[in-house]
Design a protein around this ligand. Structure first.
Ligand code: NAD
Length: 541
């Protein structure tokens, strides 16, 4: 029983460590990588706080070192989905009635465990399982997940403090109840932090969750679960299952207590899920909340007044960090003819210095793409581009899957600004460029806006302020996260709330109060201190 209104500890962005040679964090990380590689894990599902093993073991291997086995995970079936739903519903009443400061404390403790004792292991698991170099692992699995956990606690308090006004003699209140039922968190492979946030954000608001990660993220998903359990998350609040997407969907979307979907992944999958939910609407006890952050075809446009070096560096980082497997990765660029020679020179020179290989070797900037399906898809576009007229491969273009799924950072120049790789999401290390005549800048803005169905991130590079303003206005709906003289990747929780419109999602801005509003159903309470004793109004006299 608490009789005070508590303040949360001051929220801050988790510092990103350098991992420079000789630093203590680098030593700890090297030891963690060694330890993980020396053992074979057998990862269970977690249902109602219990570890669940099955007879179907699936191998887990680093995408960059296919001959090495990290261990196995236990694949489940329909009955495990049903068990996870039952566990979530059982845990619901005590969890939603737990005081908010206790829920906050669990997730704040999780952030401290992550930034402290779990840091090296979490980074090592993300590096090995998802083929991220140490910097990419650190900004994702540690820094961003810590930020989601800490900032969301603050946003929860801010949200609860949003209260209506009251006339004299009346007290109006808003109570932010959890949704009635359970929430389904469905996460992608590319960010460990997103997996953590999709499950934890609804849970923080008092919901209980069934969480299905992408198969290729299970290795780090297990560490998420360990952190949460050590932080004191009660059994059944988050239930982690490893089943086929369709197996989960078939059970979950036909359950009357399904109350919300927290999804990040591809646009095609999201549309299918939304359609199924719509078709099944009459089954549900309430209207399910649907939150989905999906694909992108993120742009960089350089104005003739831009700084050519800044553009080239933004393209090198924005398009190729984590092998272009960020929803925000720059994948199409529009470059003015006058700046093209300088940008081309710098970009191709930088790409020539990028080393590719295992993330265990710290000099490698580029690692492997996530799996064979992604490798085959991305390389089919590159192979086709090699054959097509009006298309030039300016850099990279080679690939090899004998040891791991390696694709060179590839730059394609096209004569046709509507060429397929300017329009479709490839989700790999491929950047397509269109060089335009300087005088056509305005026309290119219209073209850019119409080229793809997505509207996730985009960047303009210009010194001319009028050009910046005009671009920002013309591209108002072309990106949910718009950057001026910066690369379109690397959004930080609390600083650049993240999400896109059009085919890129519901734009509920992960890591912001807007997202948390989706996981509550408010109850308005009016209390009258002086209830009327006569039905007649004065005007009747
Ligand atoms: P994906 O759509 O293939 O998978 C996402 C999740 O859905 C996985 O857990 C998968 O197993 C599951 N799934 C797939 N088919 C399903 C089905 N029929 N029924 C139920 N579940 C199903 O996405 P991915 O390849 O893991 O991730 C890459 C995609 O995610 C890219 O399109 C990228 O742009 C997007 N993404 C978007 C954001 C954002 O914030 N907008 C962030 C990260 C990734």
């Amino acid at each position: 029983m608490s009789n005070a209104l508590f303040n949360l500890p001051t929220t801050y962005n988790e510092p990103v460590l350098s991992y420079a040679k000789g630093s203590p964090e680098r030593e700890q990380l090297v030891a963690a990588l060694k330890a993980l590689k020396a053992k074979k894990v057998d990862i269970p599902m977690y249902i109602g706080g219990k570890e669940v093993f099955t007879s179907e073991k699936v191998d887990i291997r680093p995408p960059h070192e296919l001959k090495h086995k990290l261990g196995t995970y236990n694949k489940g079936e329909s009955k495990h989905v049903r068990q996870a739903i039952q566990a979530a519903l059982r845990a619901k009443s005590s969890w939603e009635s737990m005081p908010w400061q206790d829920r906050a404390a669990i997730f704040l403790r999780a952030a401290d465990l992550l930034s402290g004792p779990y840091r090296a292991t979490m980074n090592a698991a993300t590096m090995l399982g998802q083929s991220k170099n140490v910097f990419q692992a650190e900004i994702d699995a540690v820094a961003e997940w810590c930020d989601f956990l800490r900032f969301n606690a603050q946003f929860m308090q801010d949200l609860y403090m949003d209260q209506p006004i009251s006339d004299p003699g009346i007290w109006n209140r808003m109570e932010y109840r959890a949704l009635e039922g359970f929430v389904f968190a469905l996460s992608p492979f590319n960010f460990t932090s997103i997996a953590g946030n999709l499950s934890c954000a609804p849970a923080l608001m008092g919901n209980t969750v069934v969480w299905k990660p992408a198969e290729t993220q299970i290795y780090s998903a297990q560490i998420i679960m360990q952190v949460l359990m050590e932080a004191g998350l009660p059994d059944g609040v988050i239930n982690l299952i490893f089943v086929e997407g369709k197996t989960a969907g078939d059970v979950i979307f036909s359950h009357p207590d399904f109350a919300g979907l927290h999804f990040t992944g591809s646009t095609g999958v999201f549309r299918k899920l939304w359609q199924t939910i719509g078709d099944n609407l009459s089954i549900y006890k309430s209207y399910p909340r649907i939150v989905g952050e999906t694909g992108g075809k993120d742009f960089v446009i350089a104005h003739p007044s831009a700084d050519a070096e800044a553009v080239a560096v933004a393209l090198a980082r924005g398009a190729f960090e984590y092998q272009g497997q960020k929803c925000s990765a720059a994948s199409r660029a529009y470059i003015p003819e006058s700046l093209w020679p300088a940008i081309k020179k710098r970009l191709t020179a930088d790409l020539a210095t990028m080393k590719m290989g295992s993330p265990e070797k710290f000099e490698n900037f580029i690692n492997a793409v996530i799996d064979e399906k992604a490798f085959d898809k991305i390389t089919s576009y590159i192979s086709q581009a090699k054959k097509d007229k009006g298309v030039k491969i300016l850099a990279g273009g080679k690939f090899d899957k004998s040891q791991g799924y390696f694709i060179e950072p590839t730059v394609i120049q096209v004569n046709d600004p509507n060429y397929v790789t300017m329009c479709e999401e490839l989700f790999g290390p491929v950047l397509t460029l269109y060089v335009y005549k300087d005088a056509d800048y305005k026309k290119v803005l219209t073209l850019l806006d119409k080229t793809s169905p997505y509207a996730l991130t985009g960047a303009v590079f210009a010194i001319d302020r009028e050009a910046i303003n005009m671009t920002s206005e013309k591209l108002k709906h072309s990106a949910g996260n718009f950057y001026i003289n910066d690369k379109p990747t690397g959004a930080v929780v609390g600083q650049q709330p993240f999400g896109g419109g059009r085919a890129s999602g519901t734009n509920d801005k992960a890591g912001s109060i807007m997202n948390l509003y989706r996981w509550v159903s408010a109850r308005t309470i009016k209390e009258n201190f002086n209830p009327p004793k006569d039905y007649r109004y004065p005007f009747m006299g």
